[in-house]
Design a protein around this ligand. Structure first.
Ligand code: HEM
Length: 545
């Protein structure tokens, strides 16, 4: 074939078309281009399905056939109800845990031809992924966070993530956390006193603790991340910023659960919250930018030497650490915005969800409540209002064990996903191919009877009291593990322990009347009770000192 001749002919055709436009030819050409594009796409999808099925043929899988009616049958069996889906998956896990071969703790689910996720739900099957320094990129579901968080620490891929992680890790140094403990104490005392006021007015027979805890957690994270108070506990639902956070969380989860909403165009067309969502995202970003710029100009007006010599050294927020890096040319203002908003997202709902479960168990199990109160009374010796210090936290072994047990039973992040950059060998012999999305299901890993016994479902803080018990390193992974673990875990443990210790000094909890016997759960990005768990709260009158 003479390519020179061919390109000359094509050029002549184009020149001819410009001189004497022939719309019939144009229409045919467009049809031809469209048909070619569709064929290429169909071939690509078919190739993807074929190679995925071939590469993963050795895995236990559902549904087992590519035929559309098999998918329909499978979806029908699974249903749409998040609680049912959650429980059905537990059945799959139990079935798999009963096995002793290499397929234990692993499954592959096809959501549609070409769309599948490999699930890992045992300490052993999760180990290789958690140990890997290569497979640390996030899967497609995290793209839904990009409009708000951009590509901050949680969502970024390896190249951008590594230097950022190195930059941010010192923000969780012990000395800095001690400063943050002051904020946690102030906000938690505010919460306790507010509830105590309601108790004295006889308004606490059926309280949804989650509301109180969420607002308190928001106040804590705002002040520690941005150095700015939003007084969520005072303003409650009136704040535009808080409403925007709620809306973003709700919509992000919905878009992940219903993948047809992933496309912005379709989402904007069909979702009735779309307008409010985009408005809220813009508002939150502006709020953070304004705080950053105000803090920056505050710093410019006041040199560091003035600050220390005047003896008015202000508590430093995460933002200050990032602004130091900005002044050294290591991060842009937009980068700071991404990271501050990432803390806002990761740093409040996660802790609030876990503490809500903690109060539920304190209310449900008098034995646990008494053990906790006995230990707290021993440490505080009748002082009901003083701040909880780091020394106190070091003495509260039962509180620590209780929080660990709560995170085992109710890991706030019940599942996290990676997209494989390299082939991954799981359970010694199964090779999961590069490009595959893989999910670690912490919730189920934490209930595997192999590591947690036949009573894995029960809340027993004593499991964590004996420090000599040797367990599989990946049997307890509420904060993930390995390179991409939770950077805020020490912050989170500190907040949860201090809140439980501080609140139960003064308040008693019971399950409110007419509450269902069992709490149904569902998990998207955060694990939550399906319905509000209402508690009866009273003032403590009996103490152990
Ligand atoms: C009970 C509380 C918490 C739990 C259970 C938790 C759990 C997790 C988990 C499982 C991950 C890995 C997620 C993934 O790979 O997709 C993660 C990442 C992360 N968490 Fe937490 N978290 C908690 C609290 C916090 C707090 C308080 C902060 C900040 C103050 C925080 C900041 C982050 C960040 C920035 C990441 C991304 C880290 C990276 O990729 O380098 N988390 N967390």
């Amino acid at each position: 074939m003479d390519f020179n001749q061919l390109s000359t002919d094509l050029l002549n055709e184009i020149v001819k078309f410009y001189n004497e436009p022939d719309f019939e030819t144009l229409k045919n050409t467009l049809y031809y281009i469209l048909a070619t594009a569709i064929s290429i796409k169909v071939l690509k999808v078919a190739h993807k399905i074929y190679s995925a099925r071939k590469n993963l043929a050795f895995l236990p899988t559902a549904p087992t056939s590519i035929l559309p009616w098999k998918f329909a049958k499978f979806s029908h069996r699974i249903g749409n109800d998040p609680v049912v889906i959650f429980n059905r998956f537990y059945d799959i896990c139990k079935h798999s845990w009963a096995k002793t071969d290499l397929s234990r703790g692993i499954n592959n689910i096809w959501f549609a031809p070409g769309v599948n996720i490999v699930y890992l739900f045992s300490a052993e099957s999760s180990e290789a992924l958690l140990r890997s320094n290569a497979n640390i990129n996030k899967a497609f579901a995290y793209d839904m966070l990009h409009p708000w968080l951009g590509t901050g620490l949680l969502t970024s891929a390896k190249g951008k993530w590594k230097p950022r992680r190195r930059m941010i890790t010192p923000a969780f140094h012990f000395n800095i956390l001690q400063d943050f403990l002051e904020v946690m104490n102030t906000q938690t005392t505010f919460m306790s006193e507010k509830i105590l006021g309601d108790v004295r007015e006889g308004k606490c027979d059926a309280v949804n603790m989650y509301n109180h805890i969420t607002l308190c957690a928001l106040d804590i994270i705002c002040e520690t991340a941005m150095g700015k108070s939003i007084s969520a506990q005072m303003t409650e639902e009136d704040s535009e910023y808080i409403n925007a956070i709620y809306m973003a969380n709700k919509v992000i989860m919905r878009r992940i659960r219903y993948p047809y909403l992933i496309n912005d165009f379709i989402f904007n067309m069909v979702d009735s919250d779309a307008k409010a969502y985009w408005k809220g995202i813009a508002l939150m970003k502006k709020f953070t930018y304004d705080v950053i710029l105000a803090r920056l100009s505050e710093r410019e007006n006041k040199s560091k030497s003035e600050e220390t010599s005047a003896g008015d050294k202000k508590r430093r927020a995460f933002l200050d650490l990032l602004l130091d890096e900005y002044e050294n040319g290591n991060i842009t203002i937009d980068g700071i915005r991404e990271e501050v908003d990432t803390f806002m997202f990761e740093g409040h709902d996660t802790t609030a969800a876990a503490i809500n479960f903690a109060f539920y168990h304190i209310a449900k199990d008098p034995r646990i409540k008494e053990n906790l109160q006995r230990e707290v009374d021993e440490v505080f010796r009748g002082d009901l209002t003083r701040d909880v210090t780091t020394e106190d936290l070091g003495k509260l072994d039962y509180v620590d064990a209780f929080i660990r047990e709560i995170l085992r039973l109710y890991p706030s992040v019940p599942m996290f996903l990676r997209n494989l950059s390299e082939d991954l060998k799981v359970n010694e012999d199964y090779m999961i191919p590069k490009g595959q999305s893989v999910a670690i299901q912490t919730y189920y890993v934490h209930r595997d009877p192999k590591h947690w016994g036949a009573d894995a479902e029960e809340c027993k803080p004593e499991r964590f009291m004996d420090k000599n018990i040797k367990r599989h390193a990946y049997a307890w992974i509420p904060f993930a593990a390995g390179a991409r673990n939770c950077v805020g875990q020490r912050f989170a443990m500190m907040e949860m322990k201090m809140q439980v210790a501080s609140v139960i000094r003064r308040l008693n909890f019971e399950i409110a009347d007419n509450q269902p016997e069992n709490m149904e759960l569902y998990g998207d990005m955060i694990l939550r009770p399906w319905e509000n768990t209402l508690l009866k709260i009273t003032e403590r009158t009996e103490f152990n000192f």
